[in-house]
Design a protein around this ligand. Structure first.
Ligand SMILES: [Zn+2]
Length: 106
């Protein structure tokens, strides 16, 4: 029982790292996108760069989701936290999902 408790304490550090990676990929992508929006002439290079950044973020996000599905620790944490209120990481996941939808429209 003590062993189980020690597994449950704290968020999975790998999940945290992956979350940060996808978040920063998202920030870079958003920055580039607003840069493209501000300049009237957007060359092929800028569009390619934006697509590459978008792919970067999508990949980071996919890795994050795959990890959360396969990681025992993440599953334990989400099972405990998921019952009552939304955890911070859940809120971020929701935000990332929203961005993915926006990407689809773009
Ligand atoms: Zn994990």
């Amino acid at each position: 029982m003590n062993k189980q408790l020690s597994i449950n304490t704290g968020v999975c550090s790998k999940y945290q790292r992956l979350l940060e990676e996808s978040q920063s990929a998202l920030e870079i992508w958003k920055e580039q996108r607003s840069e493209n929006c501000q300049s009237r002439l957007v060359g092929k290079e800028a569009v390619d760069k934006l697509l590459r950044l978008q792919a970067n973020f999508a990949r980071a996000y996919a890795v994050l989701q795959r990890h959360a599905r396969n990681c025992l620790r993440c599953q334990l944490v989400s099972r405990i936290e998921g019952c009552d209120s939304e955890s911070n990481s859940d809120a971020l996941s929701e935000r990332l999902r929203g961005v993915l939808l926006v990407m689809g429209e773009h």
